[in-house]
Structures are given as C-alpha cells and as structure tokens.
Design a protein around this ligand. Sequence first.
Ligand code: UDP
Length: 311
Amino acid sequence: MRILITGGAGFIGSHLCDHFLARGDEVIAMDNFLTGSPDNIAHLQKHPRFKFIRQDVTEFIRVDGYLDAVLHFASPASPRSYIAYPIQTLKVGALGTHKACGLARGKGARFLLASTSEVYGDPLVHPQREDYWGNVNPIGPRGVYDEAKRFAEAMTLAYRRAHNVDTRIVRIFNTYGPRNALDDGRVVPNFVAQALRGEPLTVHGDGAQTRSFTYVSDLVDGIARLLASSEAEPVNIGNPNEMTILTFAEKINAITGNSAGIIYQPRGVDDPNRRCPDISKARRVLGWEPKVSLDAGLEETIAYFAAKLKK
Ligand code: UDP
C-alpha cells in the first residue's frame, strides 16, 4: 500500500510509519512540527520507501501519485499542548480533516481518522461504549480539542455519506510509550521524568480520577486491524485496566525506587473524573485486545525516558 500519515512525526504517527514500513508499505509522512519532532523520524530519513513532507495540513494538500490510504493523525493531543495551541487545534481538526478527506476522495483512498476518548468529555456513562454521545463542555479549555475531534468525526462521516469515501474512525484512549514527548505535560512522561530525577510526583487534585493506559504497540496493532476491516463506525482502542492517578503515581515511585513521594497540585478545568474504554466492539469486529501489561510497557518507557534525560 501507499499510505499518507498526517502527523507522521508525532508520537503515534511515527510508530505508525514504522509499522507500515516494516510490513512493506510505502509511507509518506506529513508534519509541521508544531508538536511532532524530527527526532521521531530521524531513523527513517534514508529508508527507500519513506518520504517526508513538511506541511501544515490545514493548507491545501498536494501529493503526487496514487494513495491507498490517508491516516489523519495531525493534532496537538496532550492537554498542555492543545491548551497552548487552541486555534491550531481547532483548525487541524476542522480544516485539516476537510483537506485530508478531500485528498482521500481525490485519490480514491481509504480514510482513517484518529479520534479520541475526549469525544466523551467528562463521561457520565462508565465504561465508555461507542454509542455514548458524551458530556463535553464546548467553551472550556479542553473544548478546543474535544469539539475539533467531534467535528472531525462528523466531517469523516459526511464524506462517507456524500462522497462514498471509505472511512474508519478510531477513538484512542490514553496511550504511552517511547517517543511520547517528555515535556507534553501528560501524566506518564511527567511522573516518569519526575521519578527519574528523584523529585516528588505532581498529582492533580486528590488523584482519585481514573485513567487506563495503552502501550503504543497495542494501539498500532488496533489501528492496523481497523484500517484492514470494513468497520465504518467509531471503534474504541484502549486498555480497560482502569486505575486512579494516585495508584499510578505510587506504582511509578515503587518501580523507579523514587523516595521523594507525592505532592498535590490543583486539578485542571474539566479534567475527566473517570475514563475507561469498553472494548467489546474492538474484540468483536477486529479480534483485538491489548497484549502488553502495564509493567512491561512501563519498563520500555522508563528506559526510553532515562536515555533521553541523560542527553
Ligand atoms: N495528571 C496528574 N499529574 C500530572 C499530569 C497529569 O495528576 O503531572 C493527571 C491529570 O489531571 C489527569 C490524568 O493525570 O487526571 C491524565 O492526564 P493527561 O494529561 O495524561 O491526559 P488526559 O487523560 O487528561 O487527556
């Protein structure tokens, strides 16, 4: 296949590049490095089947030759980054999705949208199934991301209905692993970096809010299966191993032998209280479920951040 990945220099985008190149595909990565990094794709620059185009996907996208698939992964994705870049986040979800859908239509390519568990907002239904419509505050600081992705889902299905584009939508839950930016403010890089520096871990609020963490290779496997499937409606991909942020902090301190403990900081506005995917649909239609345990995934991730911090 010949695949375009927008956001190809991002955390997840770069792992997708690796995956499709390893199976023999040709990959064109597009990124404007707003939150992605050249470091994430440096190892691919000489690969014969890899091409990089530096571009903001909110502008008209031109790609020479045919494409079999367009994977739209460009977007700031951590709360810190989408709050820092609110207008770019809205633009890439809205204008960027429009351009990427238009490209897929023009090339007769399959289109896969990277959506998010944030479409469920601060969910009132637990665990979250794909048929839950969510509880989103459109005018809060997280609204720029949540509404952009909700719009992007609507745009994707509009292109399916109006133009018969063959579309897929993955709703991605919290994902971690190597190439997660150290400074993007997310809980995994924050806690791991703090622990490795021997600093106290910054728990927001009382830490009773929950998340569940998916290792990036499990996510990539789920996305590849979704792309190959015929499932047009959104599919949750995430690990259903739910835990409180306080428990997670204690786990990181225990694994790293960090004795600096925990400090409590104010909670972000509209920070979801509970989040956990219902993955029965992914199990049923994709035969997918996560394989990497939190301990195994954290071992890889801690090793990656330890090497980064030494540089
Ligand atoms: N969090 C925390 N300390 C940190 C960073 C995050 O307690 O240093 C909490 C945050 O308030 C949220 C959870 O960890 O409840 C996950 O935050 P993250 O930014 O990783 O992503 P989110 O799931 O909110 O998109």
